[in-house]
Design a protein around this ligand. Structure first.
Ligand code: SAM
Length: 236
């Protein structure tokens, strides 16, 4: 009857809330983006609840009446039946808050469409963007969160918007693209002048927060570009 949306650590396993642990221990089923990643968390806290995968490719009912992606709706229907039978499910992703650049949104939308009586309860916790902003030293009363920059289409348009933004902009970036994204952002004169924060591997062993202009930060990242990154570009 209840689908809990549970935030999990973005690196340090101790960053899980007491409530999240209580919920994960008490539900009938945990849906995880990657069961191997979540298994480590569950083993660490000795949680022995059935675990199943639910990720961005798991088919859910589409607007046209079929299913999204490839495959059938067996899993979606089973999730729905479990909830309709009065059982409780927790949805987690590999790291951070479900639905934020992670699976969650579509599943919730479809469940509410078909079974509006389902309770959807968020269990708040870590999120990489908010964690980076909290230590940024940038006024974050208002900010623009844009997730991952697109790889091709719309990339330049987005960068232009960032260059003109009245608000600090927060981006996510991966090991493979961090250098390219920073180099391309450095091509904008408006961005070159600004204060930038690049937060790498937050809460993990090699956590590093780089602060400065983009040209000050670039050579440092070039030396060590492994990891997960949040980029914050101050407002103009
Ligand atoms: N749902 C997650 C959240 O609440 O932050 C985000 C998931 S998204 C698939 C993964 C991206 O978040 C990474 O590529 C990186 O940009 C950012 N991220 C996640 N963990 C991070 C960390 N420990 N340090 C820095 N960035 C991180």
């Amino acid at each position: 009857m209840t689908l809990y949306i549970v935030a999990t650590p973005i690196g340090n396993l101790k960053d899980i809330t007491l409530r999240a642990l209580e919920i994960l221990k008490g539900v009938d089923l945990i849906l995880a983006e990657d069961t191997r990643v979540t298994r480590k968390l569950l083993d660490h806290y000795e949680i022995k609840v059935p675990l199943e995968s639910y990720h961005q490719h798991t088919p859910i009912p589409s607007a046209s009446g079929g299913a999204t992606g490839q495959g059938d709706l067996t899993k979606f229907n089973r999730i729905l039946d479990t909830l309709k039978n009065g059982k409780n499910i927790a949805l987690v992703t590999d790291a951070g808050t479900p639905g934020i650049n992670d699976p969650g949104g579509l599943l919730i939308e479809k469940i509410l469409e078909i079974a509006p009586e389902t309770n959807i309860i968020p269990i708040p916790g870590p999120n990489a963007a908010i964690t980076a902003l909290s230590a940024s030293g940038i006024n974050a009363d208002k900010f623009l969160f844009l997730g991952y920059p697109p790889h091709k289409k719309g990339r330049q348009t987005l960068f232009k918007k960032i260059a003109e933004s009245e608000y600090p902009v927060v981006l996510y970036e991966s090991t493979h693209r961090i250098m390219r994204t920073l180099q391309e952002l450095a091509e904008f004169d408006e961005i070159k002048e600004r204060k930038l924060i690049v937060a790498r591997e937050l809460t993990k062993q090699f956590e590093t927060i780089y602060r400065g202009t983009i040209n000050e930060i670039l050579p440092q990242i070039e030396k060590e570009s492994r990891g997960e990154f949040v980029i914050i570009i101050n407002a103009k």
